[in-house]
Write a protein that binds this ligand. Structure first.
Ligand SMILES: [Zn+2]
Length: 496
C-alpha cells in the first residue's frame, strides 16, 4: 500500500502567547527583549508561600478568541496543576486547565487564501474551504526559556509565567496542506483581533502536531505520533509529509506504530524518536488550591463588545472598498498596524492603489530595515499622503519621492513639500523648464538628429543634461516628456 491507501488523521495543538502587559499570575512585565531573569518575582519563581493573582485581561482575551472561533464559553472555568519536574518550571507544576477550560468546541475556518501558494484549493463560493473542529481552548502559564549549549544549558525565567493560550483541534485535519492553512487562518485571526502577535519565528505561536494512519477498512484511529514545538507553518507541512510517508512505509512492512513523541529536525528533513508518549495521568493533574474558579459571564459580556472584523471580512472589504488585488489585501490583513496605516493614508486623501503600493513596497521595506512595525513609524499617514500627492502632481519622480521619504524619516517634523524643497526638488515653472529644454536641444542638435533617426536611448542623455542644468530639480519624467514633445512636434520649425 502507499500513503494514499491509508486514512490520515491530524490534530494540532497550538500555543499562542497572549499580548498582555503583565504575566498570568503576578505583576511582572510580560514580553521580549529584556535582560534575562530581570522580570521575575517570588510568584513566578515558585518561592514557597507566594500566591498567584489572576490576570483578568488574559482570561478575557482567551474568551474573545473563543467567541471568534464559535466556541461555547462555560459559565464556570477552573484551574488545575499539571505536575512535572523540569528546570523551565521552578514550581514543579504548571498552572493549566484540564476538564473545565475557558472555551469548548468551535472551529477554525480554512480560508481559500490560507493554503500554500502551490496547493490552492478549487475556488469556493464564500472563500471558506471548510471548518476544522476544535476540541477546546484553555489558558495556562508559559514555561521559562531554555537555551542548550554543548555541555550546559541556560535558563531565562522572564518568559516563565506569561499567559499562554492552548488551542486544541479535534482530530479533524486530513492533509499537510490543511494543517498549513489551519495555522495560517488561526494566526491571522489572532493578529486581526489583537490577541497575539502570533509570530512563529519569535515563538509567539508554537505548534505540536500529531498524526496517525489507519487502513481505510479500519474504524479505530491508529497510534498517534506527536512532534512538538514546530516553529513555522512550512516546517509543520514538511514534517507531516515526511511522517505520513514514514508511517505508511513502516505499516506496509508490517511494523506496528507505537504512540510516541518524535522530534522534527527541519534541517535534516527527518523526525527522530524521543520517547514513548506519556498520558495525562502521568502528570497527576489536580485542582489548583490557590485559585478560585472563574465565573465567566461578566468577561464574556466585555469580550462581546470587542469582537472585531475577521480576516476574511477585512480582506473582502479591502478588495471591494479600495479595489485592491487579492494578494495586496491578503498581505495587509496579516499585519494589523500596516493595514491601519494604509486605511489612514487613504482617509488622508491618497489614491487607494497608489497608497497600497507605497505601503507594501517602500514603507514595508523601510520599516523592515529599521526593525520596527507600522505602529511605531515616525512618519504620519498625513505626511505620506502629502508626499504621494506630490508624485501624483508630477512635482516629484518616484525615486525623488523615496529620497524625500528618507529625509522625512529623520526629520518627521518636516512636511513633504518642505522636505522636497530642502533637497532642491521643486515643481519647475513651466515656462522656465521649456526654455531650459529648448536651450539644451539647441546646444545638442546632433543628438536631437540621432533621436529623430530612431536612437531612443539618447533621450535619457538629453534628460540628464537638463537635470544637471536645472536648479531646483524638476521631475525627470516630466523633462523627458517635454523633450520628446519638442522633438516630435517641432522639427519643421526648428530645422527650417
Ligand atoms: Zn513574577
Amino acid at each position: 500500500m502507499s500513503a494514499t491507501d491509508y486514512l490520515v488523521t491530524i490534530g494540532l495543538e497550538v500555543h499562542c502567547q497572549i499580548k498582555t502587559a503583565t504575566k498570568m499570575f503576578c505583576s511582572c512585565r510580560a514580553g521580549f527583549g529584556y535582560e534575562p531573569n530581570t522580570n521575575v518575582c517570588p510568584t513566578c519563581l515558585g518561592m514557597p508561600g507566594a500566591l498567584p493573582v489572576l490576570n483578568e485581561h488574559a482570561i478575557e482575551r482567551t474568551i474573545l478568541a473563543g467567541l471568534l472561533l464559535g466556541c461555547r464559553i462555560p459559565e464556570v472555568s477552573k484551574w488545575d496543576r499539571k505536575n512535572y519536574f523540569y528546570p523551565d518550571m521552578p514550581k514543579n507544576y504548571q498552572t493549566s486547565q484540564l476538564d473545565l477550560p475557558l472555551c469548548i468546541g468551535g472551529g477554525v475556518p480554512l480560508y481559500e487564501w490560507s493554503f500554500p501558494a502551490n496547493a490552492k484549493p478549487q475556488s469556493t463560493q464564500d472563500g471558506i474551504v471548510r471548518r476544522v473542529r476544535l476540541d477546546h481552548i484553555h489558558l495556562e502559564e508559559d514555561a521559562a526559556k531554555l537555551t542548550h549549549f554543548a555541555g550546559y544549558s541556560l535558563v531565562d525565567y522572564n518568559r516563565g509565567g506569561s499567559p499562554l493560550m492552548e488551542i486544541v483541534s479535534a482530530p479533524d485535519i486530513h492533509t499537510p496542506d490543511e494543517a498549513y492553512a489551519y495555522l495560517k487562518s488561526l494566526q491571522q485571526i489572532m493578529v486581526c483581533a489583537g490577541i497575539s502577535n502570533a509570530d512563529m519565528e519569535k515563538g509567539e505561536m508554537r505548534c505540536d502536531v500529531n498524526v496517525s494512519l489507519r487502513p481505510r477498512s479500519q474504524e479505530k484511529l491508529g497510534s498517534k505520533i506527536e512532534m512538538k514545538n514546530i516553529n513555522s507553518m512550512s516546517a509543520a507541512r514538511r514534517a507531516l509529509i515526511y511522517e505520513i510517508r514514514r508511517q505508511a512505509e513502516e505499516l506496509d512492512a508490517g511494523i506496528a506504530q507505537v504512540q510516541s513523541t518524535r522530534r522534527w529536525d527541519d534541517s535534516l528533513g527527518e523526525s527522530i524518536v524521543m520517547r514513548t508518549k506519556e498520558n495525562a495521568h502521568d502528570y497527576r493533574y489536580h485542582t489548583c488550591p490557590d485559585l478560585i474558579p472563574v465565573h465567566t459571564a461578566p468577561l464574556v459580556q466585555r469580550a462581546q463588545e470587542e469582537v472585531p472584523e475577521l480576516p476574511d471580512a477585512r480582506r473582502k472589504r479591502l478588495m471591494e472598498a479600495y479595489g485592491l488585488p487579492s494578494a495586496d489585501a491578503t498581505t495587509l490583513v496579516s499585519d494589523t498596524s500596516l493595514c491601519a496605516f494604509f486605511e489612514d493614508l487613504v482617509r488622508e486623501g491618497a489614491p487607494a492603489r497608489k497608497a497600497a503600493n507605497w505601503v507594501l513596497n517602500t514603507l514595508t521595506a523601510t520599516l523592515a530595515e529599521k526593525g520596527i512595525s507600522a505602529s511605531d513609524c515616525p512618519l504620519t499617514p498625513a505626511a505620506l499622503a502629502e508626499l504621494i500627492g506630490l508624485v501624483e502632481q508630477g512635482v516629484l519622480s518616484t525615486s525623488q519621492a523615496r529620497e524625500v521619504l528618507d529625509s522625512m524619516w529623520v526629520h518627521p517634523e518636516l512636511s513633504a513639500q518642505v522636505a522636497a524643497d530642502s533637497l532642491g526638488y521643486k515643481k519647475a515653472d513651466a515656462g522656465e523648464l521649456e526654455a531650459m529644454v529648448d536651450a539644451v536641444l539647441a546646444e545638442n542638435e546632433d543628438m536631437v538628429q540621432l533621436v529623430r533617426e530612431g536612437n531612443a536611448k539618447l533621450v535619457n542623455a538629453l534628460t540628464g543634461k537638463v537635470m544637471k542644468a536645472a536648479n531646483p530639480k524638476p521631475n525627470p519624467k516630466l523633462v523627458t516628456e517635454l523633450i520628446l514633445a519638442r522633438i516630435k512636434n517641432e522639427p519643421a520649425t526648428r530645422v527650417s
